[in-house]
Ligand binder design. Sequence first.
Ligand SMILES: CC(C)(COP(=O)(O)OP(=O)(O)OC[C@H]1O[C@@H](n2cnc3c(N)ncnc32)[C@H](O)[C@@H]1OP(=O)(O)O)[C@@H](O)C(=O)NCCC(=O)NCCS
Length: 422
Amino acid sequence: MLHDTFAAGLDALRAERAALIEHHGRRITSEVTVSQAARGMRGVAALICDTSVVDPDRGLVIRGVPVLDLIDKLPEDVFHLLLTGALPSAAQRAALQHDLAARAAVPDAVWKVLRAMPKDAHPMAMLSAGLLALEDQSAFRRRYSEGLAREDYWRPALDDALALIAELPALAAGLYRIRYGKGKPLVYDPELDWAANFCRMLGVEDERFYRAMRIAVILQSDHEGGNVCAFACHTVGSVLSNPYLAVSAGFNGLSGPLHGLASQESILWVNGAIERYGGIPNVPHVEEYTWDTLNAGRIVPGYGHAVLRGQDPRFTGMVEYGLRYFGADEVFGTVVRMSEVVPKVLKAHGKAKNPYPNVDAVMGAVWHHFGITELPYYTVPFAVSLSLGLLAQLVINRALGSPIVRPRSVTSEWIREQAERD
Ligand SMILES: CC(C)(COP(=O)(O)OP(=O)(O)OC[C@H]1O[C@@H](n2cnc3c(N)ncnc32)[C@H](O)[C@@H]1OP(=O)(O)O)[C@@H](O)C(=O)NCCC(=O)NCCS
């Protein structure tokens, strides 16, 4: 059914992109200074992505809807919204859930690969390896090798997207059970929604966890096209590497401490404060602890952002849920206390352009509260969440026939020569 819905909007999608290029093709989105080229292209608008926008002040807006207005939906609904621009009807949602349940089985060969990995393999490496072990299922790879017309690329890309979204909670939960000796991987229950399945397959059956997981997934489901994870996935997908390869590349990008790994690092940092002060630290303690971190030349994990300049609604949305259901939790309470104090310290420090907590400052406290206490695992649920946006973007790009991503680089010598000529 999702194929039909997407196909129904395809002509309009393609016509819109053609008109954009025809009428506005020479419009300038950004200039690029030498400083920007040398400093991670920060602020360079060189991609088109319609699934979501990160407004520096308002934060994440998905298809025109501020993310906090979506948290009562299901992740399945949000994937439909990301991909097609509209929330699903009840029938469309039921069909999507049915489709996901039918595709959710992870073959034994994948568990064998994960069991063969070193005992201290990082869970994100296991997730990426698991995806690569699933790659032989790629409909895109098979159909492309049979001879696929460019205008039809999106169809097997959407098949793969649905399979990946269905398999990811099972894979992510199964690797948790293997890595931390929690027993055999569990299988998907078609009677439960996708996020509840993720929790149940982790081994936690708790309605409050199901609700927290739905919210967490929606809050982290997309973050426009230029973050490292989305950009890596887009770049790899642009050479028609199949969705398994492209998403694995994106996840590898998410695995760095300046990106999704901050989720693990921030709770490590929070736990350090709890240990040092014997419980939830008071305000002077947080100030001291934060200054000690900064004076040691380290970054404060879970704070700052490359685009956002105001509060991150993903942080505030998750905190609101936590305050309602587990405000007395020590780790969560410390996260909240720190969020009230650290921004003042970062402002006084004077470097970070955004002194506020980002989504990674709080998510670990949620997992911790529900008994997932193994910190290196914390980036995995972020990856599972972000797969919704990565795959919606990828299918849209295949539908638009987006060409390969291939910017140029210049040499330092070239820059000096240009400067001498002026
Ligand atoms: C997210 C992040 C990578 C953005 O980087 P950025 O766009 O370069 O950020 P800024 O422009 O504000 O950086 C300006 C300076 O402030 C520093 N800064 C930014 N955030 C900081 C933080 N949380 N702690 C300490 N210093 C920080 C930067 O390292 C940089 O220092 P430099 O000039 O000596 O190189 C950065 O804020 C960070 O490292 N945060 C902690 C990790 C994290 O939470 N990542 C998840 C993001 S969703």
